[in-house]
Ligand binder design. Sequence first.
Ligand code: DC
Length: 232
Amino acid sequence: MKKGMIIAIDGPAGVGKSTVCKLLAKHLGYAYLDTGAMYRAMAWSAIAENLNLDDESEIARRLELLPLRFTIENGALSIFYKEKRLDDELRQPEISVRASHISQLKCVRDYLTRCQRQLGERGGIVAEGRDMTTVVFPDAPVRVYLTADLKARTERRFLEYRNKGIAADRAGLEAQIKARDEADEQRALAPLRATPGVRVVDTSHMNISEVVTQLMVLIPLETAEKDASIRG
Ligand code: DC
């Protein structure tokens, strides 16, 4: 991966951040940092280690000792629990709920913020999550808030689950996304929101490539041209 700037992107569940950010990163030759996966991994490994997710002091005590490792490999975040690479297991609906829960704990947010900044030190990353533009990388030269209405997001998540063979129904998913929106937007720490100075892009009626094109427009021309030419 080459050097470059940090592109910070936030937005609610199901807005299509992962797909868009992966493509954007590939286009620029940057690494893709999925910080939601880090919260999911934290929830997954806390369960694997039999931690009580309701006991913040226990989690705070054992957090840094969890056998969890975050690294950037081949242009994307890799997460290991011991020797096991965590991937599809993090996408289970139960982990979504647990991750939302654990993401409200200060000790977890502080720890993952440190890990994310460390991963971003080298530059050249597209970092997506809920607090990339507000807390983790507030000085990033490109900060974007992606949004879409609830119906569009439910449909996107439904198709994603169906493609992965995960059973889901639309009404249940909509309720789950709505509940997560509320939890993400109303939590005391690092709530999800578009702060002044952040570019808001409503993707409700856009397809993936339209969103990527729109984001490329926001990236300083000099960098985009330089990066594209380095890529050859
Ligand atoms: O983007 P996601 O659905 O994979 O995120 C999983 C959970 O983690 C979600 O409930 C919000 C939380 N999260 C967060 O609080 N801060 C981030 N930077 C990324 C995700």
